[in-house]
Design a protein around this ligand. Sequence first.
Ligand SMILES: [Mn+2]
Length: 271
Amino acid sequence: MKIGINTVTFLGEKPEKRLELSRQAGFEGVEILAYPEELSKDRRVEMKRVLKRLDLEAMMIATGPPIAMGGGRLCLESPDRDVRERTVQYVRDCVDWANDFESDNIYVVTPTSRSEIQDLGKAVECLRDSLTQVCDYARSSGVKICIEHSPGKLVGEASYLNQTVREFNIENLGSLIDIGHLNMTKEDVMNTVMETDKLYHVHFDNNDGRNDIHTPLDVGTLPRSEIARFVKALKQKKYDGYYSIELLNLQNPIKTLKENIEFLREVYESV
Ligand SMILES: [Mn+2]
């Protein structure tokens, strides 16, 4: 079992510092936040040097925070052609960055609230068209792309995510399942894993069942027993990717992250 971190936990720090802190907490792999201004050629050289020194793997290029908090500037399903084209170019850049960091995985999200979509069919077609373009570009360099389900958004429920990936039928397109998000959509954690065809990545976090607050694994309405069922399903499914911890607003991040790594290891050994 390989345990990694979504470095969004350290969003307020400089990119190199996020890596230092991740290693300090005991992680083996990191999700690199895909903020274009932070990933200039020079910065990437420096970050790669730090990764190597710390013996850390860049296991994922994370577009989740930049897209979700981008105020609509980045959106693969946008009805606005300019926005879509800009976002397709952005994800293509992510493919180049993935190659540079020797990572083979990128995740994206759909930031549009489902309730605000006027033409659902068109949004899905736009999403399909954008993903076809970026996956085509990614495939040529051995990179795969996964969509993360976000409660209340176009791709909100994990079951809908799985159905979408199946219908789009793009070779290098798969799913990212976030157990905290399952706690909000009230989907069964074990069935979700078992029924997801192409599971490329997972996120671990907890919450109060209503708000996407990414609390530590032992803080929230998702009980340890459910996390254990999720992990058991991952093992049964022979999932061999990273177990990635994604927490926000930590008072004492290193201590809490260490405790969460330990929690996840214990759960993994127990099932
Ligand atoms: Mn997540």
